[in-house]
Design a protein around this ligand. Structure first.
Ligand code: ZN
Length: 273
């Protein structure tokens, strides 16, 4: 909880406290008999909403959002790319520090940059799927959702030489019926442990770096962005922060692996690092 609180930007903290205050001040309503009658419905819907909108809550949909039983390993993940300017520089940094990462790409962007996708794989990183584009998939019917996933996967599989294992929905939001369909398709759902709000418009490299270093622990899945969905603003603050922070992470003894390697170790496998 403390780690979650630390990385929140002040603006979000204020909003969070306001909602909490409103919730607490409406507590007396919950004691009324009328509420008690509707309580099962209310609690059920709240749990379903939490399951859909909070990737770290695994009531029905089980996502891999943190590894247990690991001593040094972590996974660094990049969403919303690839980006022609930022992603190659990230790959250079990762190679320099002998670190591995996972790229959750948008298929429509990947289609425009196939060489970059092939470079990601050639250099030992993992290619993962973030969607055809960045639509809010939880609003889509199951039919539309499955069509989009299949279209996106077909694009990635035509460029990539390896099967795609992980899917992370835009914003981490996914309904239970969509989750069940994904499992049937053989895809695994990926969440994250720490997000550092690196796509905020006015965030500085210093802030991103401080948030990462203050919260990262063994077993964590760090969420960063090499692109910004629906915008063409380059992630320069994130890149600057990553350049400064990756060597520190390595010096702390943390080992950045691909998501699949971290998952295997958490299941009792041996480190592939
Ligand atoms: Zn995204």
């Amino acid at each position: 909880m403390f780690r979650f609180w630390y990385v929140l930007p002040p603006k979000i903290k204020k909003r969070f406290l306001l909602v909490l205050g409103a919730g607490l001040s409406s507590c007396p309503i919950f004691l009324k008999p009328a509420f008690r009658r509707t309580a099962p419905w209310f609690i059920g819907s709240s749990l379903l909403a939490l399951d859909t909108f909070v990737p770290q809550v695994n009531i029905l949909s089980k996502s891999f959002w943190r590894a247990k039983n690991v001593i040094q390993e972590i996974a660094i993940t990049f969403d919303d790319g690839p980006d022609a300017e930022i992603t190659p520089k990230l790959l250079d940094l990762l190679a320099q520090e002998k670190a591995k990462a996972t790229f959750f790409v948008l298929a429509k962007r990947a289609k425009r940059l196939p060489e970059l996708i092939q470079r990601i794989e050639k250099e030992g990183h993992e290619l993962a799927f973030h969607g055809l584009d960045h639509q809010k998939i939880w609003k889509l019917s199951l039919k539309k959702f499955s069509r989009q996933i299949e279209q996106g996967l077909a694009i990635l599989e035509s460029i990539s030489s390896k099967p795609i294992i992980w899917y992370r929905p835009p914003h981490g939001f996914i309904r239970f019926d969509q989750y069940l369909w994904l499992r049937k398709k053989g895809l695994r759902l990926a969440g994250w442990t720490i997000g550092v709000w690196d796509t905020d418009e006015n965030v500085t490299a210093q802030e991103i770096s401080e948030r990462i270093l203050a919260s990262l622990r063994p077993g964590d899945i760090l969420l960063l962005h090499d692109g910004v969905a629906d915008r063409l603003r380059p992630q320069t603050a994130m890149l600057k922060a990553f350049k400064k922070t990756l060597p520190v992470i390595k010096k702390q003894g943390l080992k950045p692996l691909t998501l699949s390697s971290l998952w295997r170790i958490s299941q009792g496998g041996i480190s592939a690092f």
